[in-house]
Design a protein around this ligand. Structure first.
Ligand code: SAH
Length: 550
């Protein structure tokens, strides 16, 4: 059937998309429908038809055969881009997430479902008011009489217009009072909110964090300027410092025309430069720049799962890559011989070192830098490697390096099942198979899901083959100790050319000294990969010869 814009059809919804939208099919052609749920049959109006999929709108629900639809708790739920599945029972939300993880691993990751132990998803006891962090954009709105006033809230789905929300149903209740305090200060003092279209105005974001166990609160005002007057500052501090739990107040300058929330300059206006929280028995200091999981109750369960999957006896050398403030590292350090953490944000690494001291943990060491650059340089032996990357997943060079380190187990903690599955596939090609999977719900009412995935070194024929090749790799590396960085330095010094890890990996693969390269992407992606130009290839080959790797 050929569909046309504005055409009305009867559509049975059979799946949920990544942003909580319903998906229905007409002769295999997928239609995305906002606010429709699997189990519903609707009268839909076609809004847009693309080549391989289209969008439609619900005109009427004709039949509901157990969709699990509920009335959202938050009045802004439908417009706000934050909670994409608040209109679904929590039980169904969990089932959907579990299925999503499994589907990704099987379809994209090439995992054999029968070979894996699928542990049930860990849901939240109370999926409301659980978040410990919020970054509210602030913009001018107009009241009924057309008078402008500053408002904070969340972005409507896929847009940059604001849905004013002060009483968010998944945030801690302290957020409301803080927002109202800052907004009142802005109104009283005529402090303008930021305007994205003209890059003018002052207050861009109100960023708040609250430590779950100690109640310590940090507020950071992100402004489009280098500073504010002393008088304005005094007035703000006077009001904010009266809020129970207030521990640190920051001013962050972000004068760039960008979507990135925090600017580089962070100034402590009042109080302490960090808040302290605890996960299990471990205490953590957290700076505003550092990553920290947003759901404290579930975080403990997530880390317990990672610890369990790591299977430590006390003798192991463990690497925790993308370690943030050392949360997982310190959790593991209690049961390992030595833990090495690697993290790119300097403030987080500083927190991690401080946190090790704070807890009297002496067997954890932290390195600052991009994991894909630092680990190949340091790569030593590892019994267990834990990775917990951002949504885009692990860098290919890093996966190569990890496989080369030959750990018995890789524990992959992921906030995006799609990139997890992609990386699992690559690790599978390098001799690691998925043995256990458990999803943990950190984001009730939203569509995201966290997964802990255990990959074990394969001890079959395949393994022997991989082992051999890794030995070769180890041998040359041991003789020469040439890392990607050293190769780059050598090339630069001898030919004046700058080469990337990608190019080095490509040439290594050509020379047969990487058993299987991570850049082994599907054809369509491969064609987009830059190819090493001939003069750089010559220079890299010279370096490899110099280091006696070929
Ligand atoms: N394991 C930590 C942090 C996970 S979030 C926790 O659970 O708290 C991912 C972390 O990776 C962030 O701290 C981010 O700053 C860091 N990061 C992002 N890109 C990186 C890279 N290329 N190398 C190392 N760390 C990186």
């Amino acid at each position: 059937m050929k569909l046309k814009k504005n055409q009305e059809i009867t559509l049975k919804i059979d799946d949920l998309g990544n942003n909580g939208e319903g998906i229905g099919h007409v002769d295999g052609y997928a239609l995305f429908v906002k606010n429709a749920l699997p189990g519903e049959t609707i009268r839909a109006r076609i809004m847009k038809c693309g080549k391989s999929y289209g969008y439609a709108r619900v005109m009427e629900v004709l039949e509901d055969s157990g969709s699990g639809r509920v009335e959202p708790r938050c009045p802004a739920a439908e417009r706000c881009g934050g909670c994409t599945i608040q209109h679904l029972t929590y039980e169904r939300q969990l089932a959907y997430k579990e299925k999503k993880v499994r589907d990704c691993l099987v379809r994209i990751g090439g995992v054999d479902a029968d070979e894996v132990e699928w542990l049930p998803i860990i849901g939240m006891e109370d999926p409301w008011q659980y978040r410990n962090k919020a970054q509210f954009p602030v913009r001018m709105q107009k009241d009924n009489e057309g008078r402008p006033y500053p408002a904070a809230g969340f972005y409507a789905g896929r847009t940059h217009s604001i849905v004013p929300v002060s009483d968010c149903a998944i945030q801690h209740s302290c957020m409301k009072r803080i927002l109202e305090t800052v907004l009142t200060w802005m109104r009283d003092q005529n402090v303008p909110a930021y305007d994205e279209s003209s890059h003018s105005g002052l207050v861009r974001h109100i960023y708040i964090r609250r430590a779950y166990h100690t109640g310590q609160i940090m507020v950071c005002l992100v402004i489009n300027s280098r500073g504010i007057s002393n008088l304005l500052q005094e007035m703000l501090l006077q009001k904010l410092t009266g809020i129970p739990g207030m521990t640190g107040i920051f001013l962050n300058s972000n004068t760039d025309w960008t979507n990135v929330i925090l600017g580089k300059e962070m100034k402590l206006l009042w109080g302490q430069a960090y808040i302290e929280d605890r996960i299990g028995d471990i205490r953590y200091h957290i700076s505003p720049q550092s990553f920290y999981q947003v759901n404290p109750e579930q975080t403990e369960k997530l880390y317990q799962t990672a610890l369990e999957f790591a299977g430590l006896s006390g003798e192991e050398t463990v690497w925790d890559l993308y370690c943030g403030i050392g949360t997982i590292s310190l959790f593991l350090a209690q049961r390992a011989r030595k833990v090495y953490g690697v993290e790119i944000v300097p403030e987080a690494v500083q927190n991690a070192r401080e946190n090790a001291r704070l807890n009297g943990i002496v067997n954890a060491e932290f390195f600052c830098g991009a994991a894909e650059e630092v680990v190949p340089k340091l790569a030593g032996q590892a019994d267990v490697v834990v990775v917990d990357p951002p949504r885009k997943g692990c860098d290919g060079v890093l996966l190569d390096t990890i496989a080369g380190m030959g750990p018995e187990r890789i524990v992959y903690v992921s906030c995006d099942p799609g990139t997890l599955a992609r990386d699992v596939k690559k690790l599978g090609e390098m001799g690691y198979g998925v043995t256990k999977v458990r999803a943990v719900d950190m984001f009730g009412q939203g569509g995201h899901v966290e997964t802990v995935c255990l990959l074990s070194k394969l001890h079959a024929d395949q393994h022997i083959e991989v082992e051999l090749q890794m030995d070769e790799l180890d041998l040359t590396a041991a003789e020469s100790k040439a890392t990607y960085e050293e190769i780059k330095d050598y090339v630069l010094e001898h030919s004046g050319l700058k080469v990337s890890n990608l190019y080095i990996a490509q040439i290594k693969q050509k020379c047969g000294i990487i058993e299987r390269v991570n850049y082994n992407l599907p054809k369509s992606e491969n064609s987009r990969q830059p190819k090493c130009p001939p003069e750089k290839e010559v220079a890299i080959r010279e370096a490899l010869e110099h280091f006696r790797m070929i």
